[in-house]
Design a protein around this ligand. Structure first.
Ligand SMILES: Cc1cc2nc3c(=O)[nH]c(=O)nc-3n(C[C@H](O)[C@H](O)[C@H](O)COP(=O)(O)OP(=O)(O)OC[C@H]3O[C@@H](n4cnc5c(N)ncnc54)[C@H](O)[C@@H]3O)c2cc1C
Length: 422
C-alpha cells in the first residue's frame, strides 16, 4: 500500500513549510534542544505566532477566530508542526481549544461560542478540566460535586482531583451533580466556572517524577452565572462524552511521527552504549519498531475514515489504548538500555509530563527515566486501559456488557454506601 496525498495537499504542505522556515530560528532542531527553563517562554512566543496566523484552531470556522482549513489541510499542518518539533499550541490549549472549544462548537449556544471561543484562542481565558473526583474516576457517573441554583447563579460545593495544569488556568469546565434523585448518569450538569474567586482553591499534587503538573481543586460556595450551562441542565453526561471523544481522539497522523523520532533516539542510544547487538535488546527494539509501523497504518486508516466523513466515536479507544501501552513498553526498554545509569538520572529531563517525547531532546538518563515514569500515567489519564478495553468490547465489538447492577439514583447510592470511608 502506498499512501499519497493529493497535489493540492502537497501544495499546502509547501506553504506550511515556508511559514515554518520564516518563523523558526535558523538551524532549529526541535523544542527538545532548548534548555528546560527556556521552554515555557519559547512556547508562549510560538503560540502567539500560531494565533496571529490562524493556526491555533485550524479547523474552526473563521467567524469564531479559527483558520477554516479543510480536514486534509489540518492534517498536513499537524504533520509539519510535528516534523519541525514545535507544539501546536500552549500548555492549556489541549483543554481550552481541543476539548472545550470543539465541544462548544457542538453544544454551545451562539452567545457562548461568540464569547468563549475567541477568548480561548487569544489566551485571555485559560482552561482546565474538572471531571475526576476522589470517588469518581473510571466510574465518572458517580461524581458528587454539587451545584444548586440560587436565583441567577449556581452555587458549587465539592472537590475535583488530578486537575492537570489547574495551577496555570483561570477557568474550569466542571461536571456537577444537579439532581441527586434521578439515575446517576442523568442529573449531571456541565458548567463553565471562573476560578478567580474566593470559593475556589487549587492545591498542587507532587508526582513521582518530582514535578507538580496536576492539582486538587476545592469549591466552597463558589458561583457561576445561571447561563454558564453547556447543553442544558441535567444533560451534562452527553456533553461530557462529546468532550472525551476530542480528548481521546489523539492525532492519528502525528503520533506515529513523534514516536518514530523517539525510537530513532533509542536506537542511537543502544548503539552508543554497545547493547544494540544484544539478542534480547534487538528483539525488543524490533518489537517497538513493528508497533510504531502498526500505529502508522492504524493512523492512515483513521485518517482515511475521517476524510471520508466518519465522526470519531468509541473506536477512538483503539488509538488511545495502543499508543499508551506502546509508550510504556518503549520507555521500559529505554531504562533497560541505560541499565544502572537510570538509577542516577542526570542531564536534561523531558520538558512536560504530557507528550514527553520532546522532539530533538538529548539521550540523557534523566530524560529516559523521567519519560518512563510519565508513561505510567498515560495508561491512566483520559480513561485507563481497562476502561478502553471495556469500551472496545462493548461498543465496537458488540460483546456482552459487564454487569452494572441495579440502576439507582445517585442519592440512593450515597445512602446505601454510608458515610465516606466506611
Ligand atoms: C497524569 C494524569 C492527569 C490527569 N488529568 C486529569 C484532568 O485534567 N482532569 C480530570 O478530571 N481528571 C484527570 N485525570 C484523572 C483520570 O481521568 C483518572 O485517574 C482515570 O479516569 C482513572 O480514575 P481513578 O484514578 O479514580 O482510578 P479508578 O477508577 O479508581 O481505577 C482504579 C483501577 O481499577 C480499574 N477499573 C476501574 N473500573 C473498572 C472496570 N469497570 N473494569 C475494569 N477495570 C476497572 C482501573 O482500570 C484502574 O486500574 C488525570 C490522571 C492522570 C494520571
Amino acid at each position: 500500500m502506498r499512501a499519497r496525498y493529493s497535489p493540492e495537499a502537497e501544495a499546502y504542505r509547501e506553504k506550511v513549510q515556508a511559514f515554518l522556515a520564516e518563523h523558526l530560528p535558523a538551524g532549529w532542531r526541535g523544542v527538545g534542544r532548548l534548555d528546560v527553563a527556556a521552554v515555557p517562554g519559547f512556547v508562549d512566543g510560538w503560540r502567539r505566532i500560531l494565533y496571529e496566523h490562524g493556526y491555533l484552531a485550524p479547523g474552526w470556522p473563521r467567524a469564531y477566530g479559527g483558520g477554516g482549513l479543510s480536514a486534509v489541510e489540518q492534517v498536513v499542518l499537524a504533520e509539519e508542526l510535528t516534523r519541525a518539533g514545535v507544539p501546536a499550541g500552549g500548555a492549556n490549549d489541549l483543554f481550552g481549544i481541543q476539548m472545550l472549544g470543539n465541544t462548544l462548537l457542538n453544544w454551545g449556544t451562539e452567545a457562548q461560542k461568540r464569547h468563549y471561543l475567541p477568548r480561548a484562542l487569544s489566551g485571555e481565558d485559560t482552561w482546565c478540566q474538572g471531571y475526576s473526583e476522589p470517588n469518581a474516576g473510571s466510574d465518572l457517573g458517580s461524581l458528587g460535586c454539587r451545584a444548586v441554583l440560587d436565583g441567577d447563579q449556581w452555587v458549587i460545593n465539592g472537590q475535583k482531583v488530578w486537575t492537570s495544569q489547574g495551577h496555570l488556568a483561570d477557568h474550569i469546565f466542571l461536571l456537577t451533580r444537579t439532581n441527586p434523585a434521578v439515575p446517576k448518569h442523568r442529573g449531571i450538569t456541565f458548567l463553565l466556572v471562573d476560578m478567580r474567586q474566593p470559593g475556589v482553591e487549587v492545591r498542587p499534587i507532587r508526582m513521582i517524577s518530582g514535578d507538580a503538573e496536576f492539582n486538587e481543586v476545592y469549591f466552597t460556595d463558589a458561583t457561576c452565572p445561571r447561563d454558564a450551562v453547556v447543553g442544558g441542565v441535567d444533560n451534562g453526561w452527553s456533553v461530557a462524552m462529546t468532550l472525551l471523544g476530542y480528548e481521546r481522539g489523539e492525532a492519528a497522523a502525528t503520533l506515529p511521527l513523534r514516536f518514530r523520532t523517539e525510537l530513532d533516539r533509542l536506537l542511537a542510544m543502544a548503539r552508543d552504549r554497545g547493547v544494540a547487538d544484544d539478542p534480547v535488546v534487538r528483539q525488543r527494539l524490533a518489537r517497538c519498531y513493528v508497533k510504531v509501523e502498526v500505529m502508522r497504518y492504524l493512523g492512515l486508516r483513521t485518517l482515511t475514515l475521517v476524510l471520508a466523513g466518519h465522526q470519531p466515536g468509541p473506536d477512538g479507544a483503539i488509538s488511545k489504548l495502543y499508543w499508551s501501552e506502546y509508550h510504556r513498553e518503549v520507555t521500559e526498554l529505554g531504562v533497560a538500555v541505560l541499565g544502572a545509569a537510570a538509577l542516577t538520572p542526570s542531564g536534561r529531563p523531558p520538558s512536560s509530563a504530557i507528550h514527553s517525547d520532546d522532539p530533538g531532546a538529548p539521550n540523557s538518563s534523566a530524560w529516559w527515566s523521567t519519560a518512563f515514569l510519565h508513561a505510567r500515567a498515560e495508561t491512566i489519564y483520559s480513561g485507563t486501559s481497562e476502561i478502553q478495553r471495556n469500551i472496545l468490547g462493548e461498543m465496537v465489538l458488540g460483546l456482552p456488557k459487564e454487569p452494572r447492577g441495579e440502576l439507582r439514583s445517585w442519592g440512593e447510592d450515597q445512602r446505601r454506601s454510608g458515610p465516606a470511608g466506611t
